[in-house]
Design a protein around this ligand. Structure first.
Ligand code: IVH
Length: 685
């Protein structure tokens, strides 16, 4: 028992400490998930040993005492918090509890809305005028932040009556969440990094830090916003549902998240809606960390009443957290397929949103220095959606002096070549094209799912193949035989069979995947697709010029040129890739090893058009311009939007533009429509 008492005391102390960091300092030391675990553990113990619950336990209080620097505001009604649910069962239990409590079959439905990750405030309107605004504080007494709140432009200083049937109550206490939109948050943090100020861990800390400023001009400079979601006291309580109440607040001029407040007729609909919010979480332009479920009927809410910390009629369904705290055990440097050196934090493994995270990218030296990230630091790591995990911030208070400052090496860690840094870039690169790490990374990229998709060929096998000299580049993969593979460590007959088959199968691919697999800098899956859709043939891509690639909007009456989505940098990278003799050799070897794809469009045998560049002007009678282009490209010709030295033909339709004159000046062959059709092989003659 003594052990348990001790554990409870320690938990309380810890939670109090973290409450202080979170509520008073806006600078948490642990992730929300970790806090939730501590809190729930304490709740659990208190449930088992109710005699150990003391009135000062953090489970009976919300938040922390206000900062002394602000004047105090007593809330008319305590600003309670919400009980948390984490899974479907918690929602079902919530519904069952309510029904049990009501003890009859009274009818009610639910509202479900996003839980905004910001900080709670109360706005008091007397006779329609905003008189006092406060933070939640310890639920009973909050901080007076009236001047700060007034800087938020979406908060009305005076309410307005728009609907005759809904007069403004004499007293209205509105509750809502002050938050910062994700983009504004990122921008603020970028600015802080530049100014060597500590970054905010998340939009909520940024909002809290911005609102709780003694000098409200600081608040003014921060892009804060509000969603109101409830009320405290109201002098004329005539509204019968939560949804009606929200509509009324909205009519009085308060900002409500109306489009996202959903009415659900039962708990199963609630569950579906919660999942929907979680799945679409990343589409919100502000951070949401859960969904809030409320009983819609206000008379039922009243009957249910409150527990110490939270109302019985509402529940917060918390999404899987996207941040966790863990330790950096070591910082490694990875060399990518383009030679870029990336520092990577090796972490004590930690589960974030259901995935075990062991590494996080640190981007580059600048990022490391600005955030002052050191080996052995405790850090907050974030994994949002499919994005690579990153280190958000260091928890400096956890340092003990053992931490080691990290500096990027000036030599490639794989081949020892002196690294280079291009002017204006922050990235260090290994310039050695024979660097084993680059070759390894290229091979991994080549066989990856988006590329040649060679199933079962992992990094370890590739490393062995390289070390044993069985492969030097991608095309060597296609020459591997059973006997070769059998000499590898720890490989079985069956897996060599599978591997040989996977390699063979990978030869049948698509143009887009092949382009992606080559690993041209800046050419990811999307750009590879664009190239394949536009040019439809490999040789066209290989021979494309910058002009053919870079997107330019056509001037009046002219067509756009290039490919939408491709700018100078990507175009430059593609052109220089295909100018490099060793790349060309590599591609030839690959194509020679039997890689093939179905042509995006059937290719005609070489025609007189092949390789010739066409410019079109005026409108044609027999086909639309897009069709003409398709025909030219289908037969191996090229399209350009303007007349240049290299232009072979100008096709002139009706009402030609200024191009005609230019073509004449430059001596470009001019074709009328009939001649054009003949060249295409579709006309008479
Ligand atoms: S209703 C009685 N609705 O989440 C409490 N709260 O974890 C009624 N929050 O204290 C709260 N979005 O600060 C409600 N749509 C929403 C919310 C929301 C964010 C915050 C609020 C609350 C905390 C509980």
């Amino acid at each position: 028992m003594e052990k348990i008492i001790k554990e409870i005391e320690e938990l309380k102390e810890k939670i109090r400490h973290h409450n202080h960091r979170y509520y008073s300092m806006d600078d948490p030391e642990i992730s929300d998930a970790e806090y939730d675990r501590l809190f729930r553990h304490l709740l659990d113990l208190e449930r088992q040993y109710p005699e150990q619950v003391t009135p000062d336990s953090p489970t009976t209080r919300v938040g922390a005492k206000p900062r002394e620097t602000f004047s105090e505001v007593k809330h008319g009604q305590p600003m309670l918090s919400l009980e948390n649910g984490f899974q479907d069962e918690d929602l079902l239990a919530f519904d069952a509890r309510i029904r049990r409590f009501l003890g009859d079959d009274s009818h009610f439905d639910y509202t479900v809305e996003p839980k905004i990750d910001g900080l709670a405030v109360e706005l008091v309107f007397e006779k329609g005028k905003l008189t006092v605004a406060s933070t939640r504080g310890d639920a009973y007494v909050g901080e007076n932040v009236t001047p700060n709140i007034k800087t938020i432009l979406t908060i009305p200083l005076t309410l307005s009556q728009r609907n005759k049937t809904r007069p403004i109550p004499d007293l209205l206490e509105v509750r809502g969440e002050v938050y910062m939109e994700s983009e504004a948050f990122n921008k603020l943090n970028r600015k802080r990094v530049q100014k060597n100020l500590p970054v905010f861990a998340n939009p909520r800390n940024a909002s809290a830090g911005s609102l709780r400023q003694l000098d409200f001009r600081v608040t003014l400079s921060r892009p804060l916003n509000i969603f109101c979601y409830g009320i405290g006291r109201i002098s004329t309580p005539t509204l019968s549902t939560q949804h009606e109440l929200m509509t009324a607040l909205n009519e009085w001029g308060l900002r409500i998240n109306i489009p996202h407040i959903k009415i659900c007729k039962d708990i199963n609909e609630v569950i579906d809606q919660c999942h929907h919010f979680e799945e679409t979480r990343s589409r919100f332009y502000y951070e949401i960390d859960g969904a809030v479920i409320k009983v819609n009927q206000i008379d039922v809410q009243k009957r249910l009443g409150d527990k110490t910390r939270s109302p019985r009629w509402a529940l917060a369904y918390k999404f899987k957290p996207s941040q966790e705290t863990t330790r950096i055990t070591k910082i490694d440097v990875q060399v990518g397929r383009t030679g870029a050196l990336t520092p990577v934090a090796q972490l004590e493994p930690v589960e974030i949103g259901g995935v075990l995270v062991k590494r996080a990218t640190l981007h580059n030296q600048e990022e490391i220095s600005k955030k002052d990230i050191r080996e052995l630091d405790m850090v907050i790591v974030q994994r949002a959606g499919d994005v690579i995990p990153e280190v958000v911030k260091v928890i400096e208070s956890k340092r003990n002096g053992q931490e080691k400052v990290f500096i990027m090496p000036d030599q490639c860690p794989a081949c020892g070549t002196a690294v280079v840094k291009k002017e204006g870039e922050v990235v260090l690169r290994c310039p050695n094209p024979d660097c084993p790490a680059q070759i390894m990374a290229s091979l991994k990229h080549f066989v990856s799912k988006g590329g040649m998709n060679i199933d079962g060929l992992g990094g370890k096998t590739i490393a062995q193949l390289l070390n044993k000299g069985m492969i030097r580049d991608e095309s060597d993969l296609y020459r591997l035989r059973h006997e070769d593979l059998m000499t590898l460590d720890k490989i079985e007959q069956k897996s060599t069979d599978n591997l040989i088959r996977a390699i063979e199968d990978s030869k049948k691919t698509t143009l887009a995947k092949f382009i992606f697999a080559l690993g041209i800098r800046h050419v990811g899956e999307h750009i590879a697709r664009l190239l394949s859709d536009h040019f439809k043939r490999f040789d066209m891509i290989e021979n494309a010029s910058r002009e053919d690639l870079v997107y330019r909007k056509g001037k009046r009456g002219e067509d756009d040129s290039g490919i939408k989505g491709i700018g100078e940098e990507i175009a430059g990278s593609i052109v220089s890739y295909f100018e490099d003799e060793s790349n060309i050799q590599n591609v030839r070897r690959l194509l020679g090893s039997g890689i093939q794809w179905e042509e995006v469009k059937p290719v005609f045998p070489l025609s007189s058009i092949s390789g010739k560049t066409f410019v079109l002007t005026g409108s044609l009678n027999s086909m639309k311009r897009a069709q003409a282009k398709e025909q030219i490209i289908g037969k191996g010709g090229r399209i350009s939007s303007s007349i240049r030295g290299g232009t072979d033909y100008l096709v002139v339709g009706e009402a030609p533009g200024s191009k005609l004159k230019k073509a004449e000046d430059l001596g470009v062959s001019i074709l009328n429509e009939d001649e054009f059709l003949i060249i295409l092989g579709e006309g008479h003659g």
